[in-house]
Design a protein around this ligand. Sequence first.
Ligand code: GAR
Length: 218
Amino acid sequence: MDKSFNYILSPEISEFRRFSPKLKIGVLASGKGTNFQELINLSEKGDLDIDIKVLITNKESAGCIKRAETAKIPHKIIRDKDFSQKELFELEIVNTLIRYEVELVVMAGWMKIVTPFFVDKFKNKMINIHPSLLPAYKGGSAVKDSILNGSKITGCSVHFVEKEVDSGSLIMQAALPIRDDDDIESLTRKIQILEHKILPHSISHAGFLIRSNFMGNY
Ligand code: GAR
């Protein structure tokens, strides 16, 4: 991991939980998919006991698709513009996740707001990564907003998905300083280094809760 900047992870990193059989996850992504790639890498190395059943993206040009193809992970492009209502779009996603018997849904750069309908279907079984120290800087331009606001510290958060956008109980956060010479690109790069650390560990933790049935059934 890059040590050229200071950071704090909380809770501290511990060993990944072991899952046998492997935890079945579905990944939702709209972009490049660097977080998705990290999950592929850890899974392929046998470090994280996950079985990535499916990648769902809403963008036919998203970089995550190529990563899925290379890793031989099934992928599905589900575009909101092909549906007359948002709930029909989400129903297609929900049905796909159910068809693949996904235990945990991981939003790794999913840039669509989810409706209560979707949240209810995967209550306590859906997590999201966001590039800020929530509850600061919710929404789709968190890195830019933190710079424009003159924040001195920012970071990233993984949380269970609740009906309110970028809310829900926090699983893990990472913090780092914003330097005077940081721009969106440099800060995003540093935040993503930390995201690649906290997302897998959050999956491990959420999977443990799900498998232990701590959070109730569907
Ligand atoms: C990540 O930085 C993630 O925090 C952000 O999208 C990026 C996806 O990067 N998510 C949000 O802004 C959600 N509101 P990736 O495609 O390289 O994993």
